[in-house]
Design a protein around this ligand. Structure first.
Ligand code: GDP
Length: 512
């Protein structure tokens, strides 16, 4: 059962379970200093100044001869602590036995074992953090890439909350004008010009709508940007995936998907976490049932924010067009397609040792020596930044340039087996990840609960504007405005319920 006894003094291990160099046991509550003092041989913690660290021994009063450990106690006095209460953080040597014994000792001396997220919930209850900031604590702890960290840290500092509060204050201002009018309804006065109200409401709607639509970027950056690599058998999908993952081996991990045969590989490139969808499918042998392969690709596309479609230079034009249409039809809104012509190293021997005319009239001779091909910059310039002219190309290869040049889809020329031009592919991934938009972290929504609340706020604000447009009476408009304010308030926790708090803090681990 969820307890609300903030008068208890609670304790928990705040470092990960297992053996480490040190472990930290956190104690918080009115009796924190007194309880720890009963097992502490060193300076009396109830008398030392706040924010100081002290070396001492942990003693079991029933067995004083044999100290449990030599430890460091850091003291934070209420209200200048994370929870807003008296807090002692005891750093002990990381043995599991010491950790367990210290916890037992603290509980015997009057502490209660903390519940999941209870330290953070107390911080919220004591006004140290608002609800969005408290949720961001969990996100900061879980962040696994620079961009995810940047968003979470900004939210934890309160930037996002400040933005929401500003919106809320403006809504309250509109509402109070309307309410005032209602108080004087007998006298038929109009305190708030309808046009003025409408302008304000529309401005707020624009801001709320842009927060709502930022969620797809925000959640992708937080959870990992979903990327699908698709293409026909032998296009080089698994070669590309392995190249990307091997180059970034240090941070590669396998995340089990929702079904047993789905595996997702993740990696961080240039501060952004990418999640490769259905890598089990990519790694399947080419003799997999053709239909299943295609179905799988469409499923992967439907979940992706970025789709890398690998084609080979010899793909017939008709086939390319057919696939392109069907990929476009399956591409979710807001996602991006990169068409990568793979195996350009094979092209090299057949066409690259003669001059290629570029559309803008430049003429670049591509050297066939290995040194020149290894020079990625040289190849980047030749292959990616310009569209090839049709005339001088290998006929089938030229068809690609012709067929894609009318769309915005960037066409990259790569070699997954030699790594040529992969840096351009990575740049394109970064551009489409949305990471650059996240500079204004306070304007990006990363939390599904906030997204839901903002979506509701948006709907009720639209009703407000409709009401003004149709000349609805003030009390109906005021009702919708109150609803909008309610939804925004629920984000920062100005309005909240026990159930909501329970759901939020239960997701935390014990010790946080
Ligand atoms: P998938 O079926 O799409 O996963 O294709 P694979 O990655 O298994 O590649 C099929 C074949 O093409 C393998 O023999 C690869 O070594 C080869 N291959 C992949 N990429 C390249 C490339 O850039 N250049 C060349 N020459 N061969 C490649």
């Amino acid at each position: 059962m969820y307890q609300q006894l903030d008068s208890d003094t609670i304790c928990a291990i705040s470092t990960p379970s297992g053996v480490g160099g040190i472990a930290i046991i956190r104690v918080s509550g009115p009796e924190a200093f007194n309880i720890v003092d009963t097992i502490w041989r060193g300076r009396k913690l109830s008398e030392v100044t706040s924010h100081t660290a002290h070396l001492g021994d942990i003693i079991d009063p029933e067995n004083e001869e044999e100290p449990l450990d030599t430890a460091v106690a850091t003291v934070f006095r209420a209200p200048r602590s994370f929870t807003g209460e008296n807090v002692v953080e005891i750093s002990v040597h990381g043995s599991k036995w010491i950790q367990r014994e210290l916890l037992n000792l603290l509980i015997r001396r009057g502490c209660r074992m903390a519940e999941a997220g209870e330290f953070t919930r107390r911080a919220f209850a004591n006004g140290r953090l608002d609800l969005a900031q408290a949720e961001a604590v969990a996100d900061v702890i879980a962040a696994s890439s620079r961009s995810a960290h940047r968003l979470a840290a900004s939210q934890m500092r309160g930037d996002f909350s400040k933005h929401i509060s500003e919106l809320r204050d403006q809504l309250i201002e509109i509402a109070s004008l309307l309410e005032l009018e209602l108080d004087f309804s007998e006298e038929d006065v109009e305190f708030a010009s309808r046009q003025h109200l409408k302008n304000l409401a529309e401005q707020l709607l624009t801001r709320i709508s842009s927060l709502v639509s930022s969620f797809s970027t925000g959640s992708a950056l937080k959870e990992g940007v979903p990327v699908a690599i698709i293409g026909e058998p032998n296009a080089g999908k698994s070669t590309l995936l392995n190249l990307l993952l091997n180059d970034n081996r240090a941070i590669v991990s396998d995340i089990p998907g929702t079904t047993r045969d789905t595996i997702e590989d993740t990696m961080e490139i240039d501060g952004v976490l990418y999640r490769f969808i259905d890598t089990a499918g990519i790694r399947e042998t080419a003799d997999a049932v053709e239909n299943l392969g295609i179905e799988r690709s469409y499923t992967a596309i439907s979940k992706a924010r970025i789709v890398i479609w690998l084609v080979t230079p010899d793909m017939p034009q008709e086939r390319f067009q057919t696939f392109r249409k069907s990929i476009a039809a399956h591409l979710p809104e807001g996602s991006n397609l990169i068409v990568a012509v793979n195996k350009i190293d094979t092209l090299h021997s057949s066409v690259c040792n003669r001059p290629i005319n570029l559309v803008n009239g430049d003429s670049v001779g591509i050297d066939s020596t290995d040194d020149a091909m290894k020079d990625e910059k040289h190849v980047n310039e030749n292959f990616t930044t310009k569209t090839f002219g049709v005339s001088s190309m290998n006929p089938s290869f030229a068809l690609f340039t012709e067929s894609t040049s009318t769309t915005d889809t960037p066409l990259l020329y790569i070699s997954a087996s030699t790594g040529l031009n992969i840096s351009s592919l990575l740049k394109q991934l970064h551009r489409y990840s949305g990471a650059d938009e996240s500079g204004n972290a306070d304007l990006i929504v990363t939390n599904a609960r906030h997204y839901e609340a903002l979506t509701h706020a948006k709907l009720s604000l639209i009703r407000v504007i409709d009401g003004i447009n149709t000349g609805l009476s003030g009390d109906f408009i005021a009702q919708d405005l109150r609803e909008t304010i309610h939804h925004l308030s629920s984000i920062t926790g100005t309005i909240t319920t026990d159930d909501l708090l329970k759901t939020i803090f239960e997701r935390f681990c014990i010790g946080k």
